[in-house]
Every structure is written in structure tokens, then in C-alpha cells.
Design a protein around this ligand. Structure first.
Ligand SMILES: NC(=O)c1ccc[n+]([C@@H]2O[C@H](COP(=O)([O-])OP(=O)(O)OC[C@H]3O[C@@H](n4cnc5c(N)ncnc54)[C@H](O)[C@@H]3O)[C@@H](O)[C@H]2O)c1
Length: 469
């Protein structure tokens, strides 16, 4: 019987008569829904947000990487609908789940979104249906959290329904790699589950990589993101080392990167942000704690990375001190509040910590970010007061008014020469001003000062121009 169901599903995938559901229409879910629709499937997007569904059904997009025209075309062709009605999932033959997997206040996995999504699917499940979890999570989630919920409804996974895990690897803002041309790893609960999930993704993703279990697939994603976290932690520690040795870390990294093998370039910065790197390794650390194992690399990298915003603020404080000014009462412009360059996502951004720490010391902080003209504190980091912040222009007047300009995110479209020309003091955490020529501002770069800042600047009047590193 299950072989018949598998053959039927495979055939419906093959001839595109299968209806594909996507649960959660955010950064991951919406691009995926568009790929399925482009491949010729009818796609049902289910999201609990009325606002998101209305916006999409009116042919708009809330995700930078998905053009509104794509959404509008798919809605018009009848290939895509967005709904808050979970019963629509009952019409689906295959469902991908891309709901949030945040951490709780105690930094443990918060599985409530995955649980709620699984329950919605289970209530609407029918024999022959495939469900694939894409949300980043700890190894064991698909088997331990999802499988029992589906089987409570009397459906046996691998026989009546198919269940798999396939980690999402989307890199928002990446001009080269998108959902379609990024290889996709897939692991099922049974071999039949893997087979149907591979068939589904092969219909719209160029390369699909099967692995033997859901746990292996879950761990692939955690290895990838832990790898990034640990390497960023290492290079941030190298920046701290270079600060102390008065060696330019950027020069060291660029020279090391000329080695054609055995070295991969990572760059230091003001800390890590986004929905993945700061959170995902904690999922693995938590899982290992339940097995009485302490993940030392993960914990150390996380510690170093989370200390970077405080280090930046200390650098601002010392730089202002060199100008005979205090943080308290200074006007500070933070340039770039997104968690990485050229995107509009502010979740977990280190800029939020830098702003908070500066304000705790009494600074008046304004921001400029071409991607984030305004934002509300606390909406993105799960805490704090909900204060509306409206960005200021990157004008000569605003730059000149600021006692210090702190470059936190190095968006490509920002004019760094203008900042160096019009600001008084620049603290550059990304080496963004490296190519700018000497200007009016004194520029202090993270781990790039040739000699101790204090001795270099004692007695110097403010607004003195020194070499841009
Ligand atoms: N953003 C990234 O760059 C990225 C990259 C790789 C993996 N991931 C992972 O993908 C998952 C989703 O992340 P995202 O960035 O797309 O999140 P997101 O917040 O952009 O989108 C999630 C969507 O799910 C909806 N939602 C929440 N609960 C729901 C429910 N029970 N049923 C239906 N919809 C629900 C929300 O309303 C929201 O629209 C996370 O596990 C994340 O770690 C994210």
C-alpha cells in the first residue's frame, strides 16, 4: 500500500499536479514558495500573520530578495496563494515548513513555532502527504517532535505519510547564490521519505544531496553555522590580539588569504547577528548538554563574538577621550544597523547592542542605514523599550554635528569618502574606510591602529586629521 502511495506522490510531483504547501512565509519560506511556483506547482502559503498574507495576495513582497512582480505574477496565474486558514493545508500533497526557531530567554531552543506548525499539519494531514521541516533545529527534532505528532493522528510515518528534514541555506542579499542554485541537503525518516523529498526538491533546486537520516541533515546545518561562528570568533580574537600588538589585522588577513589552499578568509567586526549564526550553535550546545557533554568550541566562540559590541564601545570611548570628550553627552552617529551588509534585516544585529551600550553611557545616538530608514527598539532583539528610531541623512551637516561616527555595517552604497571628509571622528569596525583618501576626520579602525591611540593623540585638538589606516 505505501509503495502505491509513494508512486502516486512521485508521479504527481513529476507531472506537477501535486499541490505544494509552505508553512511560514518569511525570509526562507517566501523564496522557496516562489521556486515551487516557478517550477509549475500550485503553491499554498500558510502563515499565521494576516498582514503578511494580505500583503502577498495584493501582489507585494516583504522580503528584499523576492521581487513584488514575482509574487504578483504567481498570484495572477493562480499558482500562489497566501492564507491564514490552516485547513488549506489539507489540499497539499507536500508541505515545507519554514517557521522561526528562536532561543528562549535562558538560551534554550524555543520549539513552539515548530510544534504549532506540526500540529496544524497533523490536523489536516491525509495519507500520501509529505512534510519537510526546513527550520534550523537540534538533531532529533524531526523524529522526536514531529513524528509523534503526525502519528497521534493514526498515520504511520514512512507508510501513510512521509517525513524529512532539509536545512535551508538561503543567504539573504547574496547576489550569486539563491534558493535555486544552492545545493539542498535532504534526509528522511525512512528511505522512502528521503526518496519523495529528493524528488520534490529536485523539481526546483539544481542540486539535491541526500543523506541517510533526518539527524544527519539537521546536523549538516548546525555544522555549517557553527563553522562560521567559530571562525568568526577566531578572527575576532585575532583582532583583539592585533589591537594589543598594534598590528593591522586587516593587512594580516589579506596577506594570509593569498595562500591558495588551507585558509578561508573571515573578517572581524562588531559582533554577529541575524537569525542563524548567533542562535543555531546554541541549539547544538543545548542538545549536547542533555547528553552531559559541554561544547567548548561553540561556547568560546559565542563568548568572544558576544563581547565585540562592548569592545567597540570601549574603542569609541577611548577615541572620544583622545579628543577630550566623554561618551556622556556626545552625539554619536551609527552608520549601518543591519546585521550584515546590503540587507534590511536587523534581527540580533550587533548595532542594537552598540547603540544600547552607548546610550547607557549617556550618549545621544542617531543612526543612518540606507536599508533601514526606521526601526523600533525591542522588536528585533526580544527586549527593551519599543522606541521608534528614525534615521538621519548622511549629509555634511549631520556628519559634522556628530562627535563620532561609528561604522557598524559596511553597506556598499554608503559613501565612505564623504564620511571621512565630513565627520570629525570615525570609528570604523569594518575597515570600510580603508580605500578612502585622507580627509578631515580622524579615523580609528578596529585592530588597525599602528600605535597606541592615547599616545598618538595626547594634546591633539579635536578634528585633527590623521592618516586613514
Ligand atoms: N533568515 C535566514 O537567513 C535563514 C537562513 C537559513 C535558515 N533559516 C531558518 O529558517 C527558519 C525560518 O526563518 P526565517 O528567517 O524565514 O523566519 P521569518 O521570521 O522571516 O519567517 C517566519 C514566518 O513564519 C510565520 N509563522 C510563525 N509561526 C507560524 C505557524 N505556526 N504557522 C505558520 N506560520 C508561522 C511568521 O509569521 C513568519 O512570517 C528558522 O529556523 C531559521 O533559523 C533562516
Amino acid at each position: 500500500m505505501w509503495n502505491v502511495m509513494k508512486a502516486e506522490l512521485l508521479s504527481r510531483i513529476q507531472d506537477r499536479s501535486a499541490v505544494v504547501g509552505v508553512v511560514g512565509l518569511g525570509y526562507v519560506g517566501l523564496p522557496l514558495a516562489m521556486e515551487f511556483a516557478k517550477a509549475g506547482f500550485r503553491v499554498v502559503g500558510y502563515d499565521v500573520s494576516e498582514r503578511v498574507c494580505k500583503l502577498l495576495m495584493s501582489g507585494n513582497s516583504h522580503i528584499q530578495d523576492v521581487p513584488a512582480a514575482d509574487v504578483a505574477t504567481m498570484v495572477k496565474k493562480g499558482l500562489f496563494e497566501a492564507t491564514t486558514d490552516e485547513s488549506a493545508l489539507g489540499r497539499c500533497d507536500a508541505i515545507s515548513i519554514a517557521v522561526p526557531t528562536p532561543l528562549s530567554k535562558t538560551r534554550d531552543p524555543d520549539m513552539k513555532y515548530v510544534q504549532a506548525a506540526t500540529e496544524a499539519i497533523a490536523r489536516n494531514a491525509h495519507p500520501g502527504m509529505l512534510a519537510v521541516l526546513e527550520s534550523t533545529t537540534y538533531p532529533g527534532t524531526t523524529r522526536e517532535v514531529m513524528q509523534p505528532k503526525l502519528e497521534e493522528r493514526g498515520l504511520t510515518v514512512g507508510k501513510d505519510v512521509f517525513l524529512a528534514f532539509s536545512p535551508e541555506r538561503v543567504d539573504p542579499g547574496n547576489p550569486k547564490y539563491h534558493t535555486k542554485n544552492t545545493p539542498k541537503v535532504v534526509g528522511g525518516i525512512t528511505a522512502a521519505c528521503t526518496e519523495v523529498a529528493v524528488a520534490l526538491y529536485s523539481s526546483c533546486i539544481d542540486t539535491v544531496v541526500p543523506v541517510s537520516t533526518t539527524e544527519a541533515a539537521e546536523l549538516v546545518k548546525l555544522l555549517e553555522n557553527t563553522f562560521r561562528s567559530v571562525n568568526i570568533g577566531l578572527v575576532n580574537e585575532m583582532a583583539i590580539i592585533c589591537e594589543k600588538l598594534h598590528v593591522n589585522v586587516w593587512e594580516v588577513i589579506e596577506a594570509a588569504a593569498t595562500k591558495p589552499f588551507g585558509f578561508m578568509k573571515f573578517t572581524p567586526g562588531p559582533g554577529i547577528g541575524g537569525h542563524c549564526i548567533p542562535l543555531d550553535p546554541h541549539y547544538l550546545a543545548w542538545k549536547m548538554r542533555t547528553l552531559n557533554y559541554k561544547t567548548r568550541f561553540i561556547d568560546l566562540a559565542s563568548e568572544i563574538n558576544s563581547e565585540m559590541p562592548a569592545l567597540v564601545v570601549e574603542k569609541v570611548s577611548v577615541a572620544l577621550n583622545d579628543e577630550r570628550k566623554a561618551v556622556n553627552g556626545s552625539r554619536i552617529m551609527v552608520v549601518g544597523v543591519a546585521y550584515k551588509k546590503d540587507i534590511d534585516d536587523i534581527r540580533e544585529s550587533p548595532a542594537l547592542d552598540v547603540i544600547r551600550l552607548l546610550e547607557e553611557r549617556g550618549a545621544e545616538v542617531v543612526h543612518h542605514d540606507p536599508f533601514i530608514p526606521r526601526f523600533r527598539d525591542g522588536d528585533h532583539d526580544g527586549g527593551g523599550e519599543h522606541k521608534e528610531r528614525i534615521g538621519v541623512a548622511l549629509s555634511a551637516a549631520e556628519l559634522g554635528r556628530a562627535d563620532a561616527v561609528v561604522i557598524v555595517t559596511d553597506h556598499s552604497q554608503v559613501d565612505y569618502q564623504q564620511i571621512v571628509d565630513d565627520a570629525n571622528l570615525v570609528i570604523d569596525t569594518r575597515n570600510a574606510t580603508a580605500r578612502a583618501s585622507r580627509g578631515r576626520a580622524r579615523v580609528v579602525s578596529l585592530a588597525a591602529d599602528p600605535k597606541p591611540a592615547a599616545s598618538a593623540a595626547v594634546g591633539t585638538p579635536s578634528r585633527k586629521t590623521t592618516a586613514v589606516t
